[in-house]
Design a protein around this ligand. Structure first.
Ligand code: DMJ
Length: 643
């Protein structure tokens, strides 16, 4: 142990005392006795002092530890430049002073903590004095700030692309006053449907027009995604309901959020939301729709992460986890679902310059091309893990319908350059005609369903869209059979009209039979409902455009009147449970496709052909018009249409 150095209060060091003979060499001979005595006294005093210091001064290593400990505690509160000087003072004044300073520091610290707590308490009291609404408003403001920040990040403008030829957006006014009046009536019905949704279901997916509240089904997941707003936008636009369109746009801009923990149908979200947003973008030119469509498409992409690249039916928008419907044969994906993505996905690649969407749908096409088809027919079920067909069930109605529609429309949308799609369509409808199309005893042409080698003589309301599809595909058909396919379209339109005409309400049932003396009539109670579906009217409209036969407008007007009479309620429009009953009960759902499709096709039926001409526009399966793309100069590699 070394003798501690003595420090003055000022911190300046004294020169050390040396006690060896060499310290005073020149005095040694001249020292007298008295001087020696004095020196002895000084020496003994010094030794006593050293002895005392040894026992009473604190251990320097302890000083160091305390020093560190104190600094640790004081760092946030104490100016340590002052602390240096204080510690110097503490060291020279010994342990008593040490404890005193320590207590002082502790006290200072305690006071500081107490003051901080009191301040926090005061602030909390102030908060509590505010009303619940004020507090909620403050929280909302904070939330909005965060949302705005996120939006800024997400809303980066996309690279500009040349817009396709967008003609016939604001046309179609008929000269004939009778037709104009009918068209205005349909517009009034649209307004009734919209206004009630606006009032009672705003932001919800659909409306319950009798209960006057929001409605939803599992296809939209568990969150409010405003399906009716998105689905209705383009109908509002072409009807000239621009204030309503702007309301919808504002809601979408501020509220449509895809980061939600919600499991949605990939197919439904694609045809209604992406299709609806893209159509709204092309019609209005408002960037927000394009941005939202691209954001949403990004959320659907994880659904394609399967061993085969055939997407799951459902995907969780937040986690990206996908799965198939529990009811689907052997865990299969559905033909009409994974086969109804092409139009929207090609447009997404076109608008973003990103081939990812295009590649996904072309991969599906390539996979289907390689597979064997029983009797040339596409089964409705395909397992996305094994790449094998599930149950051999083929239909042009539910589960199969829009797959065939999109083969034809891929060709039309490419300005008839995508001949691969046209060939697939031609092959498919040849097999359908051979195996599924039949004539009833009463002379009605119908399309049945193929189930494990057996034809079921039943046709769904959904299948009635095929009349329009055959007419649309007539031009350009193999072996120049245009006349034949136009005729087939007319026969299907006639059969479907019969299915309406043979009911009490003049509205078509969900499914009707051609068996055991029954023709175009529903037999089972659970097939007698009408849920505001569009397919029959869709076919009337296509047939009208290609033939201008006035019977199609007449049939369309019959349907309009029946809907207005039997489905209209004061809170909107509702489906009915039994079209054969004179006192029908309501299902209390205003489907979003009623605004997207049924009313749009009716409006087009009573408009001139220059409104959305079919040479320039192709309607997706939810009736959202997308422009024909002339892509010869772009670089969507791999597409036979664009090479
Ligand atoms: C719509 O959502 C679409 O037309 C889809 O292709 C199938 N049917 C419903 C309306 O009936």
């Amino acid at each position: 142990m070394t003798t501690p150095a003595l420090l003055p209060l000022s911190g300046r060091r004294l020169p050390p005392l040396s006690l060896g003979a060499s310290a005073f060499p020149h005095h040694r001979a001249t020292l007298r006795l008295s001087e020696k005595f004095i020196l002895l006294l000084i020496l003994s005093a010094f030794i006593t002092l050293c002895f005392g210091a040894f026992f009473f001064l604190p251990d320097s290593s302890k000083h160091k530890r305390f020093d560190l400990g104190l600094e640790d505690v004081l760092i946030p509160h104490v100016d340590t430049s002052k602390g240096d000087r204080d510690l110097g003072g503490f060291l020279i004044h010994g342990q008593g002073r040490d404890q005193h300073r320590h207590r002082e520091e502790e006290e200072r610290l305690r006071n500081k903590i107490r003051a901080d707590h009191e301040k926090a308490l005061e602030e909390a009291k102030e908060k509590l004095k505010k009303s619940r609404d004020e507090i909620q408003a403050e929280i909302q403001t904070e939330k909005n700030k965060v949302v705005q920040e996120l939006k800024k990040k997400d809303s980066k403008p996309l690279p500009p692309v040349p817009l396709p030829n967008l003609i016939g957006i604001n046309s179609g006014e008929p000269a004939d006053p009778d037709i104009r009046e009918k068209r205005n009536k349909i517009k009034e019905m649209m307004k009734h449907a919209w206004d009630n949704y606006r009032q009672y279901g705003w932001g919800h997916n659909e409306l319950k027009p009798i209960a006057r509240k929001g409605h939803s089904t599992n296809i939209f997941g568990n969150s409010q995604m405003g399906a009716t707003i998105v689905d209705a936008l383009d109908t509002l636009y072409i009807m000239g309901l621009h204030d309503e369109f702007r309301e919808g746009q504002e809601w979408i801009d501020k509220n449509l959020d895809f980061g939600v923990n919600s499991e949605v149908s990939v197919f439904e979200v694609n045809i209604r939301f992406i299709g609806g947003l893209l159509a709204a973008y092309y019609l209005s030119g408002q960037e927000v729709f394009k941005i939202k469509a691209v954001q949403l498409a990004g959320k659907l992409l994880p659904a394609f992460n399967t061993p085969t690249g055939i997407p799951w039916a459902m995907v969780n928008l937040k986690s990206g986890v996908g799965r198939n419907w529990g009811w689907a044969s052997a865990g299969s994906s559905i033909l009409a679902e994974f086969g109804t993505l092409h139009m929207e996905f090609v447009h997404l690649s076109y608008l973003t310059g990103d081939p990812v969407y295009y590649n996904k749908v072309m991969h599906i096409r390539k996979l289907l091309q390689k597979m064997d088809r029983p009797n040339g027919l596409y089964p409705n079920y395909l397992n996305p893990r094994t790449g094998r067909w599930g149950q051999h069930h083929t239909s042009v109605g539910g589960l199969g319908d829009s797959f065939y529609e999109y083969l034809l429309k891929a060709w039309l949308m490419s300005d008839k350059m995508d001949t691969e799609a046209r060939k697939m369509y031609d092959d498919a409808i040849e097999a359908i005609e051979k195996h599924l199309v039949r004539k009833s005893n009463g002379g009605l042409t119908f399309i049945g369903e193929w189930k494990n080698g057996h034809l079921e003589r039943k046709m769904g309301h959904l299948t009635c869209f095929a009349g329009g599809m055959f007419a649309l595909g007539a031009d350009g058909s193999r072996d120049d059979k245009a006349g034949h396919y136009l005729q087939l379209g007319a026969e299907i339109a006639h059969t479907c009209h019969e299915s309406y005409d043979r009911t009490t309400l003049k509205l078509g049932p969900e499914a009707f039979k051609f068996d055991g003396g029954v023709e175009a009539v529903a037999v089972r109670q659970n097939e007698k409902y009408y849920i505001l579906r569009p397919e029959v009217i869709e076919t009337y409209w296509y047939m009208w455009r290609f033939t201008h036969d006035p019977k199609y407008r007449q049939w369309g007007w019959e349907a309009t009147q029946a809907i207005d009479k039997y489905c209209r309620v004061s809170g909107g429009f509702s489906g009915v449970k039994d079209v054969y009953s004179s006192s029908p009960t309501y299902d209390d759902v205003q489907q979003s496709f009623f605004l997207a499709e049924t009313l749009k096709y009716l409006y087009l039926l009573f408009s001139n052909d220059d409104l959305l001409p079919l040479d320039n526009w192709v309607f997706n399966t939810e009736a959202h018009p997308l422009p024909v793309l002339h892509l010869a100069n772009t670089t969507l590699s791999g597409n036979p249409a664009y090479r």
